[in-house]
Ligand binder design. Structure first.
Ligand code: G3P
Ligand code: MG
Length: 249
């Protein structure tokens, strides 16, 4: 599909922004990725109470904010009050948990591509996906700079139903036997997987089937030296500066 060929002119994507350089999934982290030379960032979108969509990874607020409790049950007004930077370092005190809209605006203003990972809790797919897709419809026009990824295939199937033109990327820890069927069913753009569990045979099969192949979370360039030869297209890393020689290529 020529439409889908244009995207992803990068080999290095910042993970949760740039999680080693600034508090993960904050706007500071997105800016840090851009300053490090990354042209794409991966962030996680999470559904909270009252239909709120925020950029957050964990099921609880404890690790990455000064709050506590179940993320899914937190109200947007509560989350907006939290500090999401102090836990990382003093320099980032006052950093907030971004809403999805704030993140989309920030990322576009920096001219970055976005890999938006949909976090889920099984039962919530029907709530989070339409909300995310509506937000993207209204606030992210450039299809070539957007990839939607998820470990939850049902979430991507619903994305596909709502807008088959978006670039979709199933995420796997271990690639399942029926990956071809899973990717074909949503006309996937890419397969995103754990670099440490990927085999050469799997990598070559993914590339032979015509998909992009992204690996997470790669913080030591040496560990994936062989993967480039297998056809890996890009790494998702907490620190893009470690891949300096591959940036902007
Ligand atoms: O998208 C790659 C990676 O972010 C998936 O794992 O847990 O860091 O969201 P996680
Ligand atoms: Mg993620």
């Amino acid at each position: 599909d020529s439409l889908k060929e244009k995207v992803l002119k990068t080999k290095v994507m910042g993970h949760r922004g740039a999680a080693l350089l600034a508090p993960e999934n904050t706007l500071a982290s997105v800016r840090a990725a851009a300053e490090a030379g990354a042209t794409w960032v991966e962030i996680d979108v999470y559904l909270i109470a009252e239909g709120g969509l925020v950029i957050f990874h964990d099921d609880t607020l404890d690790r990455c904010t000064n709050g506590s409790g179940v993320t899914r049950e937190a109200r947007p007004t509560e989350v907006a009050e939290l500090d999401a930077g102090a836990w990382f370092s003093e320099k980032f005190v006052g950093e907030k948990v971004p809403t999805l809209l704030e993140a989309l605006e920030c990322i576009q203003s920096l001219n970055l591509g976005l890999n938006l990972e949909i976090k889920h809790d099984g039962a919530d797919v029907e709530n989070i996906v339409p909300a995310v897709m509506a937000m993207l419809r209204d606030h992210w026009q450039d299809n070539d700079r957007l990839m939607i990824s998820s470990f939850n295939l049902a979430a991507l199937e619903l994305c596909y139903e709502i807008d088959p033109q978006r670039h979709l990327a199933p995420l796997y820890e271990d690639i399942p036997e029926d990956w071809q069927e899973q990717l074909a069913g949503i006309e996937a753009y890419s397969l995103n997987c754990d670099y440490s569990r990927l085999t050469e045979a799997q990598a070559r099969a993914v590339k032979a089937a015509g998909y992009k192949l992204l690996c997470y979370t790669v913080n030591d360039p040496q560990t994936v030296e062989g993967h480039w030869a297998w056809g890996m297209d890009a790494v998702i890393t907490d620190d893009p500066t470690r891949f300096a020689s591959l940036l902007m290529k």
